[in-house]
Design a binder for this molecule. Sequence first.
Ligand code: PRX
Length: 664
Amino acid sequence: MTDNAKLVQSAAELERLLDDLQKVEKFEPPAKFRARARVRDPGVYEVAARDPEGYWAEQARQLHWDRPFTTVLDDSDPPFFTWFGDGTLNVSYNCLDRHIEAGLGDRVAYHWRGEEGEERAITYADLHRDVQRLANGLKDLGVGRGDVVGIFLPMIPEVVVAMLACARIGAPHNVVFGGFAPESVRERMEVSHAKALITVDGARRKGRTAPIKREVDRVMSGLTELRSIVVVRHTGADCPMQDGRDVFYDDLLARSEPVCPAEPLPAEHPLFILYSSGSTAKPKGILHTTGGYLTGVAATHRDVFDLRPDSDVFWCTADVGWVTGHSYIVYGPLANGCTSVMFEGAPDYPSKDVWWEIIERYGVTTFYTAPTAVRVCMKWGIEYPNRHDLSSLRLLGSVGEPINPKAWLWFYAVIGRQQCPVVDTWWQTETGHIMIAPLPGLTPTKPGSATLPLPGVSAALVDLDGNELAEGTGLLVLTRPWPGMLRTLYGDDERYVSTYFDRFGPRTYVVGDAARRDSDGYFWIIGRTDDVINVSGHRLSTAEVESAIVAHEKVAEAAVVAETDQVTGQAIVAFVTLNADLRGDDQVAAEIREYVGVRIGKLARPKSIIWAEDLPKTRSGKIMRRLLRDIADGREPGDVTTLGDPSVLHQLQERAAARGKATS
Ligand code: PRX
């Protein structure tokens, strides 16, 4: 190990170090890092602020355009913005062919690591070969330009092939996170009018397997528009195949033509839909398009991660089914021709040091993960990272939720050995790419702050009336269009306008987060202002979980809120009223949790259920979630003057407290 001196050896030493580091207000980029950083000139912010369109056009020109664009931003019909509208390009060409033509076909695109330790090195040439065959295979199945293709796959290389094959022929993909239940997959296929679905025989999780294709079959009948299901063989699970509809992925590849030229597509051609939770039970189909999205992910991946494509090994631990995976496992890294790690498994299987073993094994230089994962590793202790040589690391990143200063410092001290800048990156499914984050060779960091908007990005804090606040706490808004922004909610322009632009007009995108801004102009994200819960960086809507609970036959009413959780950031608490004459007990609670797991996915199962004969409501009958949040977090409930029947509170408080004792 080159920098043994910085290795923290014991828990006591760590405590002392964290105490010392807590006193540091700002962390300057290490001199060695700064000297070699890709972006070193502080003038970059000002240049971009003077001419944001010029800045983004310059980023876009680093891609390959079949027909160069002559217009940059068209903002004549806000909030429907277009970028690079008259240009044409192909995402798959930019991610593959371009690098192969430059002689990089043998470069490893992914070091894939399976749960049981299997390894595959997949080169750009390998991807190019399979993507072309699958693209031809999809065409043979009748998938054409504009047809939506669903993808429900675990973290295996075929998921990347599937996404790029869709991009190659202009078929927007709709990836569903592998942790979602088949019912959610069905719903997403139905509402997006998917023509085909690419899935898997079975998936592995911590040594167990799940029969995915069988589960999918159980719910997928009756979708008249879904004509084909392509099945990747992964676990070898026996699965029924329906004649005329189902085909194995490897058979489809084998029978398809090997050459499929990438189709030049208009810059505003839809690239993908990704369903995300909003404040109603109906998920929002966030639509991203081709040229602006790729420009944004490529530029931010390059600059925020200070990328050196020929020597870096980049590892983003997100699942490809979330936007972080789309942008920073697939499109950003491939557009930049870099080498990534892709890991099928969980951080504690087969053992709690598997992440660190992977970093050592593949020489990972840049490690991008979520605060919840950092907190879990903190809990497990330093012995696991200390078993491995992590000296290849030069940069650390965080995403998905606010990172508490203690976790930030632990990450910096233990994993980064005080050598690696930490980039806390704020963004959303809607923004497509990172928006607020440090430039690691330039921006001093403060633990817990995502720092400043990137060059070309305009963010502000406003009060409830929309007045800009230079400092203090307010609502986070984005005041200029950016290339990777969502273009609409699929099939629902009206909801797009009402969700993001009703409040302050069509040029001010309302993020849905509250934030604080300090005297240096740094942003500190506080959290959501809507009914969205963030569990381990996974976004869930209270309404979606509530509607799953009330669909259970024993349930009369339910209200779902978030409580603060040391590890997952937030956790789901459900206040449930059962039908008359039924009594809540552990068994009914287990049934309800299971039921939610089946309808939405395991991640949506409430951590705890509190039985309520009545829920606190206003006199007009609206559930007062604010009070339930106070109860869940053990706070004294705030203003109760509008409460219809104050007596319900006391009982709920007692039950919540009893639950606290039972679980601690
Ligand atoms: O509340 C913010 C939080 O995650 C929300 C976006 O969730 P999603 O669309 O699922 O995308 C997550 C990954 C990009 C935001 O509205 N969030 C995301 N990153 C951060 C964050 N909160 C604080 N700090 C961050 N770095």
